[in-house]
Design a protein. Structure first.
Length: 444
């Protein structure tokens, strides 16, 4: 007797859907599919659980003596290997789920001539199963029970890591090679290019951008550009009596003071006020000279990034700057160096050190001793604007001497590029005050 044709379960116009009765093989495949979904859920949850452990959780695991805790700690020592194992296993499981789902669907359901619609239904069904039961639900659970899930999967992940180790090492090595190449490409950006990019980024520079610009220029700044000149340094003569020393220290307000003999070119050391504190009540005959620490000498040409490293390694905060003939040019402090990155640092004991007066948007009056580095900052000009003419000048007065060729007299006026310089105050020895006007019409 001939069997009857299967009756369509769904009939919509030209779309016929026929349901086939399951066989023993299909039932076995359904069981395997269920197990694979459980494996996918556990593996996906492991990714969230292991990498969501907080430092305190890891510290607790290290203190624990359980085997599971030890295995979790061991796995986390090589996070790339761990993540690679999880991703590789999860992909193998998901591929198995896709293949089995397609086979089971084709065995149980006959889509007739509507192959495309059947294919779309399979995609939607398989994607739904994988996302809901293999990704979303297990990851939500693992995120809520991070420690519990990690300990539960520790043994399984350890075994899987050993099984798939060759493949994982190959994949991790490949990604490391790509990362190195990308890093090398990024490292080819020069400091000048980065500085130009910051200049073009916006018309108004934020604090973060200002700090970044300071870092970019940091390695090109010499000590002579930021030091305090010898004529502005507060120092004490070596033979000063103890009572007068205390009076001078109170008036100065400094925590470190250079000590010299006869002249500032013969520096004997640096007096740290904290070293003097235990001896404040000593007699007037107290030999405070025994507290002097040896000075740290640096040349004018030393770059401040190198000096910063020396300050850190030697645990000092002040250096004495010497010129090419061995004479003392001035001093430089750790604060001076840091200010080149973060800007001016003021505390409640600092007095306002005003070295310029702004008359209007284009006119200023500067002290002759103003460092060119500070001059550039006030006028927001590049530090290369006077490279052709400044020579060895570090101050605005030095720049004027380079431009003029001799010491100018009061009311002398001359122009260089967009700047108009007028001498407001000077004597036979030095230039004291300079009026600077910026000509906006010829501004470069």
């Amino acid at each position: 007797m001939e069997s009857e044709d299967p009756v369509p379960l769904v009939y919509l116009a030209d779309f016929h859907l026929y349901f086939q009765p399951p066989t023993a093989g299909i039932i076995f495949c359904l069981i395997i599919l269920l197990l694979l979904l459980i494996c996918s859920a556990l593996i996906s949850g492991s990714e969230v659980a292991f990498f969501s452990l907080s430092p305190s959780d890891i510290a607790g695991l290290k203190k624990s003596k359980s085997n599971a805790s030890k295995k979790v700690v061991t796995l986390l020592k090589n996070p790339e290997q761990l993540l690679g194992t999880i991703l590789v296993v999860n992909n193998f499981v998901n591929v198995g789920i896709v293949i089995l789902s397609a086979y089971i669907t084709n065995s149980l359901v006959d889509f007739g001539e509507s192959r495309v619609i059947g294919f779309l239904i399979q995609i939607i069904l398989i994607t739904f199963l994988l996302l809901l039961f293999g990704e979303i639900l297990p990851k939500i659970y693992a995120n809520q029970f991070t420690m519990k899930f990690s300990l539960f999967m520790a043994f399984a992940i350890t075994i899987l890591e050993k099984v798939f180790k060759p493949l994982v090492i190959l994949l991790v090595s490949s990604t490391s090679l790509i990362s190195i190449r990308l890093t090398k490409k990024k490292a080819n950006i020069s400091m000048d290019e980065l500085s130009d990019a910051l200049d073009l980024s916006s018309t108004e520079i934020s604090e973060d951008e200002q700090i970044l610009k300071g870092i970019v220029k940091f390695g090109n700044i010499a000590v002579s550009e930021i030091m305090k000149s010898r004529i502005d340094v507060f120092a004490i003569e070596l033979s000063t009596p103890f009572p007068k020393l205390l009076k001078n220290i109170l008036e100065s307000g400094y925590s470190r003071i250079p000590i010299y003999s006869d002249s500032f070119d013969h520096l004997k050391g640096i007096l740290y006020i904290k070293d003097l504190l235990p001896h404040l009540h000593n007699k007037a005959t107290f030999k405070w000279q025994s507290l002097i620490r040896p000075p740290y000498f640096v040349p004018e040409s030393k770059k401040i990034n190198d000096l910063l490293g020396e300050f850190q390694s030697n645990k000092i905060h002040m250096a004495v700057v010497i010129d090419e003939y061995g004479g003392t040019s001035g001093i430089v402090t750790l604060e001076d160096i840091i200010e080149e990155i973060v800007g001016e640092i003021k505390d409640e004991y600092d007095e306002n050190d005003i070295f310029y007066t702004k008359l209007n948007d284009t006119t200023y009056i500067f002290e002759g001793k103003t460092l060119l580095n500070d001059f550039y900052k006030v006028l927001d000009k590049p530090d290369t604007i006077f490279n052709e003419i400044k020579g060895d000048a570090d101050t605005l007065a030095g720049l004027i001497l380079e431009i003029k060729g001799d010491i100018p007299e009061k009311d002398d006026e001359f122009t260089y590029n967009e700047f108009v310089f007028r001498i407001e105050s000077a004597d036979n020895r030095r230039i004291k005050k300079i009026r600077v006007s910026v000509n906006q019409r010829i501004k470069k």
